[in-house]
Design a protein around this ligand. Sequence first.
Ligand code: KIV
Length: 278
Amino acid sequence: MPAYSNRVDLAFLRQCKSQRRKFAMLTAYDHPTAVAAQAAGVHSLLVGDSMGAVILGHPNTRSVPLALMITLAEAVRRGAPDVYLVGDMPFESMSAGNEAVIRAALRFRDDAGCDAVKLETAAQHDALVAKLSRAGIETIAHLGLRPQSVLNPDGYKAQARDEGAVAELVADARRMESAGAAMLLLEAVPAEAASAVVAAVSVPVIGCGAGPACDGHVVVTHDLLGWGATRPPRFVPVLASLGETVRSAMAEYVQQIATGTYPGPEHAYSMRAAVAAS
Ligand code: KIV
């Protein structure tokens, strides 16, 4: 795993790519997750609009307010000052036109300390990516499955599964690179499609369920930790069962209160000596 002792920046991630060393990205929406991720050596954190579904309980990612994304990105940056921090452009801004996206990107960078913004891009977004790039904003173009276009949970389907669709994906990837995208993110595409994209562009490509050819990989942290309310997609390595750990600790708490084991003397404050003596 490429270690980092200084703040991770785009140059570091490009170097990982050129040296064929893979980098790790996770989502984070809060301070303690950010602290743990940086301590674990995670290179990049994404304040993803997946939070709409994961922590707000909405059926899709569309109802995430920009103001909330900025507040949580600030918390993540406080917890992980050295990671490459990415703010996800919410639907609220994407649907309000290019100027709104640029204003939001500046808030992610200047208020929250993000290094980059990620945008779910279609072919027509090349002008927007070019504008962001000219404004000095590092932009990640998200291709393949784009959750902001999916309105209910069974709409999440793998993309680019035939030759024609792979050719289209490669063309979109090239267009985004030419427009100035600093990196690409491919979600839910076959390994062959991701390999074709990696071979066609020179910027780092992040995979989210896109096979081994990608330069770095991202999954939703709640899925990785077994802490989500929904079943994780098949590409996620579920490496813990936090949901079970939390449920059993809470059940134990309920039990201790019911039986009077809690609070015990070790949880109580004592009176000051003088007061106690009087
Ligand atoms: O919002 C998000 O968490 C994402 C990742 C799943 C790539 O876009």
